[in-house]
Design a protein around this ligand. Structure first.
Ligand code: SAH
Ligand code: SF4
Ligand code: F3S
Length: 473
């Protein structure tokens, strides 16, 4: 239940989320933590008493965005103070973890810097920020820069966060694992999110049941390395003391009302036999898998410390498709990792051609401070990275269009999630995570309906509601 502040005035928080789905999940959890303190969500910083930037550090551009946004917020705060009020600014997420107190030094308008493992302590951090603001108003000089909490605490934040409050349009994220011990040489995640941690299965099942009660029919299990999941088994469970992701998926599929299951993001090294088998055996597990490969060159994969070669990836793709012939594969690819030659890049192009992706994200290598890759001597020139990225993206776009076109004429279940761009249109997801728009009523949101796919575009499909089958939840 929401408790209003004692003065009866409702406070407002604006949360801006950058980066991956883990951050999207965390932003919702932060809103859940703040709700009992009287905070309702606001649509813009201008209407908010508290602004939280939930940041991403993965590439240089992502973290630089934060400082330009903070510059704008500083101006909003200055105007607010001129009017005798205030704005509290908090920086959360992976930039907060990576740069810590440096953020408040670089932008003194920042009141709170909070790392991803400390969100359950937001109420204490806010109280401390308010105490500092009161001292400042009284003309006192304050030691240090802002309130900082970037500890990796011994306790898990998941044990202290409130249960998720609501579900948007039938679909919910469920974080089951955090952190990463893989230390790919380009990546900041092991430093910003800490060591791998798997939530106990019982807590996940409880959260899943709550989400289904709140209207979820699709659950997407999240983790930086979600298939490395090895959570404590429920007390009543027979077998080993931990559950794998496959075991957890099988248990989640037994919860009445769970119609669709997805999981992201996976590492090729952790695709075990049982998980591959689950793709053929668990009907709720959607025929779509995001499996980052990063490069098709064995030499570069080794330099990236990925722990596998191109052959392992190819055989995984084959084995998964043996189990589930219509499986759509998606991936992440990096061009221009230090030392990547033309021949290495050709290997990546060949791998993409051989595997065939339904969609993929591709990036230029970005040199991240503190990672081993940043220290390598043979950095690839920017112009070479640009040329390789555009060649790769042309190939991927072609594959995506071909994948989408091949589905035209099929009748498929679509889970509707939001209003379309045009009036009277609704937008949903096919089992293969394609965006599908149809003419239809808003009452479809949060429900699954059969749709005949009528046209394919680069990143979406058009369809019409199939008259033979009505909407079903
Ligand atoms: N396993 C993770 C990956 C997180 S980062 C997960 O759960 O999603 C997402 C993607 O960003 C990576 O797969 C990689 O392709 C890309 N990436 C990470 N570090 C990068 C860097 N330094 N430069 C360019 N791309 C990077
Ligand atoms: Fe980063 Fe590699 Fe871990 Fe993924 S597996 S989060 S790319 S270190
Ligand atoms: Fe970015 Fe952190 Fe996610 S660096 S991609 S927000 S784990």
């Amino acid at each position: 239940m929401t408790t209003l502040p004692t003065d009866g005035k409702r406070k407002r928080v604006f949360i801006r989320t950058y980066g991956c789905q883990m951050n999207v999940y965390d932003s919702d959890r932060m809103a859940d933590v703040l709700r009992p303190l009287g905070y309702a969500l606001s649509e813009s910083p201008e209407q908010a008493d508290l602004v939280v930037l939930n940041t991403c550090h993965i590439r240089e551009k992502a973290s630089e965005k934060v400082y330009s946004e903070l510059g704008r917020l500083r101006d909003v705060k200055a105007e607010r103070r001129n009017a005798g009020a205030d704005l509290t600014i908090a920086v959360a997420g992976c930039v907060a973890q990576a740069e810590g107190a440096e953020i408040a030094r670089r932008q003194p308008a920042v009141d709170i810097v909070v790392g991803p493992q400390a969100y359950h302590r937001l109420p204490q951090l806010l109280a401390e920020a308010e105490r500092r603001a009161a001292l400042r108003r009284a003309g006192k000089r304050l030691p240090g820069a802002g309130v900082l909490d970037t500890e990796f605490p011994a306790e898990s934040k998941f044990d202290h966060l409130p249960a998720p409050a609501g579900v948007r349009a039938g679909s919910a994220f469920l974080s089951i694992q955090e952190g990463c011990d893989k230390f790919c040489t380009f990546c900041v995640v092991p430093y910003t999110r800490g060591a791998e941690y798997s939530r106990p299965a019982e807590a996940i099942l409880r959260e899943a049941r709550g989400l289904v009660e709140a209207g979820a029919i699709e659950l997407t299990l999240l983790g930086q390395n979600v298939n490395a999941y090895h959570g404590e088994a429920p007390v009543c469970s027979i077998g080993g003391s931990t559950w794998s992701l496959a075991r957890l998926i099988r248990a989640l599929a037994e919860i009445e009302g769970v119609v669709r299951l997805r999981y992201t993001t996976s590492h090729p090294r952790d695709m075990d036999d049982d998980l591959i088998a689950a793709h053929g055996e668990v009907p709720q597990l959607m025929p779509y898998l995001h499996l980052p490969v990063q490069s098709g060159s064995d030499r570069i994969l080794e330099a990236m410390n990925r722990g596998h070669g191109r052959d392992l990836f190819r055989s995984l793709a084959d084995r998964l498709r043996e189990r589930r012939s219509d499986l759509a594969l998606s991936s992440d690819l990096i061009v221009g990792f230090p030392g990547e030659s033309d021949a290495d890049f050709d290997d990546t192009m060949r791998l993409v051609e051989e595997v065939g992706f339904a969609s993929a994200f591709s990036f230029k290598y970005s040199r991240r401070p503190g990672t081993p890759g940043a220290a390598l001597a043979d950095q690839v020139p920017e112009a070479v990275k640009t040329a390789r990225l555009s060649a790769l993206q042309a190939l991927l776009a072609d594959q995506q269009l071909r994948f989408n076109t091949a589905k035209v004429g099929a009748v498929v279940p679509v889970l509707f999630a939001e209003a379309g761009r045009k009036p009277g249109q609704v937008l949903g997801k096919s089992p293969w995570l394609q965006s599908v728009h149809v003419a239809g009523p808003a009452s479809l949101l949060g429900r699954i309906a059969e749709v005949e796919l009528t046209a394919a575009y680069a990143v979406s499909l058009a369809g019409r509601l199939s008259s033979s089958v009505g909407a079903a939840a």
